[in-house]
Design a protein around this ligand. Structure first.
Ligand SMILES: Cc1cc2nc3c(=O)[nH]c(=O)nc-3n(C[C@H](O)[C@H](O)[C@H](O)COP(=O)(O)O)c2cc1C
Length: 370
């Protein structure tokens, strides 16, 4: 089953979801080694990028083995999105651009950005077309939630508007911003979007194990799946997804020894990419996900949250029994964000009108995940 996104052809219809602080070049490279798909960067602020912010520029870089290179942009100003896209494409740095319209973080929605923005339908369409224009022939996709809350659903309108504005595909995280990460993703919304738009639809929400992806494709008719939290501490999920979706038997999960080897490899890659301090610090959050379900003890888990070098990681885990099998049922266990529901913070009077007179400067400069 091939997924086509503009000129891109993916033989495995799987996308690694953009996740702030997670889907940096080392993690994308690690996941890609296990299976096919599209591996999207964490969200990059368009304004910060065009203003030459060094940190943003570093986050927008790709490793030598990354192909196609996929970046997610965040922004609320059509001009900044056009310029950011034109800059990235002009410098030959990307092969795909995704747009974040799903971020529920209060510091973003409070100013009208992220998941708040599609409610302002004309501004939404203007952002998508400006990015498509700036991107030249590089495909642009949009990533949506279902809307702000159940009384303000926008995914069908936004999907249509995005397709009309030239988006090559539409991804839907089938929850509202109000839901955050609570409850279950409502896959029926993905099916409804698929029935409405002509561009490919990517379904997102609650794919924990490979079989979930097969089920989502079958139940919703979507063209590809976007996998976020399910691969935290389990980058080999991309191997399982490829195997399952191409009808092959799924390789058994790794033993504890093999998991430890992946951890060391991941930590080493982060250290090489970000430098020793920032690299190992950004690895700490992964340790709990990798060891979920293994009987390693609370003390070691706490020590690993303070791990300060790759050598320290190896030392702390040297005594573990490498032959322990991967614990049953861990794949299905929820990980990463699980919070919500929570009322969405919005600018004063935001829901009264779908037109947008003016947007808060703070929305343009804000950067965060979600
Ligand atoms: C830690 C974390 C960071 C995230 N950062 C982003 C982001 O930068 N951009 C985005 O569009 N979505 C972001 N998301 C949302 C995911 O891309 C995805 O839509 C969501 O997790 C639902 O998919 P899942 O059930 O497969 O995890 C983030 C999610 C998590 C857990």
């Amino acid at each position: 089953m091939t997924l086509r996104i503009g000129p891109l052809e993916l033989t495995t219809p799987v996308v690694l979801a953009p996740m702030a602080g997670i889907t940096n070049a080392p993690f994308r490279t690690l996941c890609r080694r296990y299976g096919g798909g599209l591996f999207v960067s964490e969200m990059i602020g368009a304004r910060a990028l065009v203003e030459g912010n060094q940190k943003t520029d570093q986050l927008a870089r790709f490793g030598p083995d990354e192909n196609p290179r996929s970046i997610q942009l965040y922004g609320v100003e059509p001009w900044a999105m056009r310029e950011a896209a034109a800059q990235l494409v002009g410098e030959g740095r990307v092969d795909h651009i995704d747009l974040n319209f799903g971020c529920p973080a209060p510091k973003i929605t409070r100013h009208g950005g992220g998941a708040a923005l599609p409610w302002k339908d004309a501004r939404f369409a203007a952002i998508v077309s400006a990015t498509v224009e700036g991107a030249g022939g590089v495909p642009v996709t949009v990533k949506l939630r279902m809307g702000i809350d159940d009384d303000h659903l926008t995914h069908i309108d936004s999907g249509r508007a995005a397709a009309d504005a030239g988006a090559a595909a539409v991804a839907l995280h089938a929850r509202t911003a109000e839901q955050l990460y609570s409850g279950s993703a409502r896959w029926e919304a993905i099916a409804a979007l698929k029935a409405t738009v002509d561009v490919p639809v990517l379904g997102n929400g609650d794919i924990w194990v490979a079989e979930d992806a097969g089920r989502m494709l079958a139940e919703t008719g979507c063209d590809g799946v976007v996998v976020g939290r399910g691969c935290l501490g389990r980058p080999w999920l991309f191997r399982e997804l490829e195997e399952h979706l191409s009808g092959r038997p799924i390789t058994p999960p790794p033993s504890l020894g093999e998991v430890l080897d992946v951890m060391v490899e991941h930590a080493t890659m982060l250290v090489e990419w970000f430098g020793p301090q920032m690299g190992i610090r950004s690895f700490r959050k992964h340790t709990g996900w990798y060891l979920k379900g293994f009987p390693v003890g609370a003390e070691l888990r706490a020590d690993l949250h303070r791990v300060d070098s790759v050598w320290d990681l190896e030392r702390l885990t040297a005594h573990l029994d490498r032959s322990l099998p991967y614990p049953a049922g861990v794949g299905e266990m929820r990980r990463g964000h699980t919070n919500g529901p929570r009322r969405v913070k919005l600018p004063q009077g935001w829901l009264e009108d779908r037109r947008l007179e003016q947007i808060d400067e703070a929305a343009a400069v804000a950067v965060s995940g979600g």
